[in-house]
Design a protein around this ligand. Structure first.
Ligand SMILES: *Cc1c(COP(=O)(O)O)cnc(C)c1O
Length: 424
């Protein structure tokens, strides 16, 4: 009897996570349909039915990346694995790579280039600002031959959206590859892999795709694949060697490389189905609207956007804290009392900003209103709230279509139809 008690007491109980409203920089909330798909029975990773599911994922990912690239897959590993896979396959020892650094993730790219034996040439801008396309042009002109230009589309550490439209052409003129981190942009804001001349692009599942972390969707065009084939030395990572990984994803070959994370792929398929049911444009409009409402509400609380005007991410609001707000204490209260997670600042922005993610399923009106209501309540308790109700009212005005300055009749007609689609 006693031994039975000892045996059971050494076993952990069932883990039931407390409810959480995930409004941080990732992971985002996951739709129940995705969780349900992940709980379905396994197939073998070479089962013809599973291979069919992989084809479907590839087709949906191509539409999401807006590319015709045959080589479009979901790599095992999180967003950083996608970053590492592209760099380790495309950068050979001695290669120069221009890397845009305006925050944590650009700096991470430069660090990975260095570990590949490459020579990062960083083009920097103060955190929160973008890199002007002319600075890339200058760097390309000055640097001699470079293998690639690597930029972060959505810098999650600052909330800034790097414009990419004109960079692909610059890269082509100089014979450089264009590599893009789209971890916080894919399925949340416009990204045009083919139209913008992006040669290689990676993302992650736990941001705007609203799937748990664990896969990195990525895509390479013929230029990038040719650069891989021209390598003088084999890619130093066996696991991330895309020429080997390709043998598993390539229809017709489907050879074992490593065991695919089956349940994760089930989840991603369902998340992509949800993206397709909504449509990319309405999804982008929903992210824009929710971000507009949140930003309007936060402004009344003295929280102003950190990133450069005109280049702010709809998927992540990075806001400067007014003096006197105790960063850690307020975030702890939000979590403990309201079950809301938001993110703090990274690196030099620690204690200076909050990062509020409105990604995928998290970008819903009810979540924006819940967060604003909680912040008002905390502000009220601390006697810091000048005008109780102002944050919610400001958000409500955006939802009611009164949040912007006068727009042209065409613009407002377009905006109100987007709003109808985006108000859920
Ligand atoms: C989150 C993020 C990554 C890293 O992704 P992980 O899934 O944490 O490995 C890379 N780049 C950007 C811009 C990100 O936001």
């Amino acid at each position: 009897m006693a031994s039975v008690t000892r045996a059971t007491s050494s076993v952990c109980g069932e883990f039931i996570p407390p409810p959480r409203l995930l409004l941080g920089p990732g992971p985002s909330l996951v739709h129940p349909r995705v969780l349900q798909a992940m709980g379905t029975p396994l197939l073998g990773h070479l089962d013809p039915e599973f291979l069919r599911l992989m084809n479907e994922i590839q087709a949906m990912l191509r539409r999401c990346f807006r590319t015709e690239n045959r080589f479009t897959i979901a790599l095992s590993g999180t967003g950083s694995a996608g970053m590492e896979a592209l760099l380790v396959n495309l950068v050979e020892p001695g290669d120069a790579v221009i890397v845009g650094v305006t925050g944590v993730f650009g700096a991470r790219m430069a660090a990975v280039v260095e570990r590949c034996g490459g020579r990062p040439i960083t083009v920097e801008a103060p955190w929160g600002r973008i890199i002007e396309p002319d600075d890339i042009r200058l760097a390309l002109a000055r640097s001699g031959p470079v293998k690639a230009v690597a930029l972060v589309h959505a810098e999650t550490s600052t909330g800034a959206r790097q414009p990419l439209e004109s960079i692909g052409a610059l890269c082509r003129e100089s014979g450089a590859l264009f590599i893009v981190d789209a971890v916080t942009s894919l399925a949340g804001l416009p990204l045009e892999v083919d139209a913008w001349g992006i040669d290689a692009c990676y993302s992650g599942t736990q941001k705007c795709l609203s799937c748990p972390p664990g896969l990195s969707p990525l895509t390479l065009n013929e230029r990038a694949l040719a650069a891989m084939r021209r390598r003088k030395t084999p890619c130093q990572s066996w696991y991330l060697d895309l020429s080997l990984v390709a043998d598993y994803w390539e229809e017709g070959t489907r050879a074992y490389h490593h065991t695919a994370p089956i349940s994760m792929l089930y989840g991603l398929r369902e998340a992509l189905r949800l993206v397709e049911e909504e449509g990319l444009e309405p999804r982008f409009a929903r992210h824009r609207l929710q971000s507009e409402a949140l930003t309007a509400g936060l402004a009344t609380l003295g929280l102003s956007p950190f990133a450069q005007e005109g280049y702010r991410l709809p998927s992540l609001a990075c806001v400067t804290l007014p003096a006197g707000i105790d960063d850690a204490a307020v975030r702890a209260s939000l979590l403990r009392r309201f079950q809301i997670e938001i993110g703090g600042g990274l690196g030099p922005l620690r204690g200076q900003v909050w990062r509020i993610g409105l990604m995928g399923e998290s970008a819903r009106r009810s979540h924006v209103l819940t967060l604003l209501g909680a912040l008002e309540e905390l502000g009220l308790e601390q006697g810091r709230l000048a005008q109780p109700g102002a944050a919610l009212a400001a958000a409500a005005r955006v939802y009611a279509g009164q949040g912007e300055p006068a727009a042209s009749p065409q613009q407002s007609a377009r905006m109100s139809s987007e709003r109808e689609n985006a108000c859920s």
